[in-house]
Design a protein around this ligand. Structure first.
Ligand SMILES: N[C@@H](CCC(=O)N[C@@H](CS)C(=O)NCC(=O)O)C(=O)O
Length: 327
């Protein structure tokens, strides 16, 4: 675990000393866009033109943010349009690496050893964290964007000439509702579990823990009345929640101490999780070995032995009751 300073790798854990033990996630730095015609968008430096075969995703199968992009790639039927490299699930003193163990692909573009070399290939003097996912442009050999919430919007709409244009997870009519849900769910749940897990004071941990479960309680209530977060259709908000929910019982309950209750103890959230998992194409994006191996194996400040628990045994293909909301 570390970061780049002026293009040089430094092995360093997150610094919580100036924030009262609170984990504060840094902002992603590459924020450009791929658009149908290559035009830029408000607030961006520039645009990149959508083309089949031009872009590449660097992902970890363990990472909930990268997982979002894999789900969009699969459900938008972009597997032949956007290629992928999968990093090794162990993130140690060199950060993410391209070791080819346990289903990791290595760097299929350049054969590099470490993910930080992808960042310095784009900017030799980059300073900041080396995170996944990264959307890479093979033509200009640079990073377009390393913020998953923005990459999924591009996958949703910029590549419809080749992908499945009939699938839209961010429909015009639901945008404000989706944005409002994301604004609540991201800090409290997606990032909330990390804030609980990486907290280094009791107070910071309890603050995050309480926010996680207060929000899960509200979502449980919401999902007692409708099949998906905005109603009848699956949207981006559901996929963003899904990647956290699917990691919750196997990892966040134990490793991040989010243990007031499990998702399986919430009848609606649990059945909703099964419903989403069983959408064709999604199960193939979930890799429990990478997920458990990464968190338990890499976070040596939390789990110094690196021992990975064998359980829990979960059947995500079990029958669910969500069809009760169908028209
Ligand atoms: N806001 C980013 C966050 C990505 C992120 O933090 N990814 C984690 C893996 S789950 C990572 O690569 N962490 C490495 C680090 O922080 O050094 C996004 O959503 O894309």
């Amino acid at each position: 675990m570390g970061l780049l300073v002026d293009g040089k790798w430094q092995d360093r854990w997150y610094d919580t000393s100036k924030s009262g033990g609170r984990f504060e996630r840094s902002q992603s730095q590459w924020r450009d866009v791929v658009t149908v015609d290559g035009a830029s968008a408000p607030g961006r430096t520039r645009g990149f033109k959508a083309e089949a075969g031009r872009y590449h995703l660097y992902v970890s199968l363990a990472c909930p943010w990268a997982h979002r992009t894999l789900i969009f790639r699969a459900l938008k039927k972009l597997e032949d349009v956007i290629s992928v490299s999968v990093v090794d699930h162990y993130m140690g003193e060199n950060g993410w690496t391209f070791a080819k163990t346990d289903g990791a692909t290595g760097d299929t573009l350049y054969g590099l050893e470490f993910m930080h070399q992808i960042y310095t290939r784009a900017d030799p003097s980059y300073s900041g964290r080396v995170t996944v996912p990264v959307l890479w442009d093979k033509v200009e050999q640079t990073i377009v964007n390393n913020e998953s919430s923005e990459i999924i919007r591009m996958l949703n709409s910029a590549f419809d000439e080749w992908g499945d244009a009939s699938v839209d997870f961010y429909p015009e009519a639901l945008r404000s509702e989706i944005d409002a849900l994301n604004d609540e769910i991201y800090p409290a749940v997606n990032n909330g579990v990390y804030r609980a897990g990486f907290a280094t004071t009791q107070e910071a941990y309890e603050e995050a823990y309480n926010e996680v479960f207060a929000m899960l309680d509200r979502l449980e209530e919401r999902l007692s009345k409708q099949r998906f977060l905005t109603g009848q259709y699956i949207t981006e908000a559901d996929w963003r929640l899904f990647t956290t929910l699917v990691r919750f019982d196997p990892v966040y309950v134990g490793h991040f101490k989010c243990n007031r209750q499990r998702i399986i103890d919430y009848p609606n959230l649990w059945n909703y999780l099964l419903d989403l998992y069983q959408v064709p194409g999604v199960a193939d994006t979930v890799d429990m070995n990478h997920i458990k191996g990464h968190y338990y194996g890499s976070h040596s400040t939390i789990n110094p032995t690196g021992v990975v628990p064998l359980g829990p045994k979960i059947n995500y293909m079990a029958n669910h009751d969500r069809a009760r909301f169908s028209l």
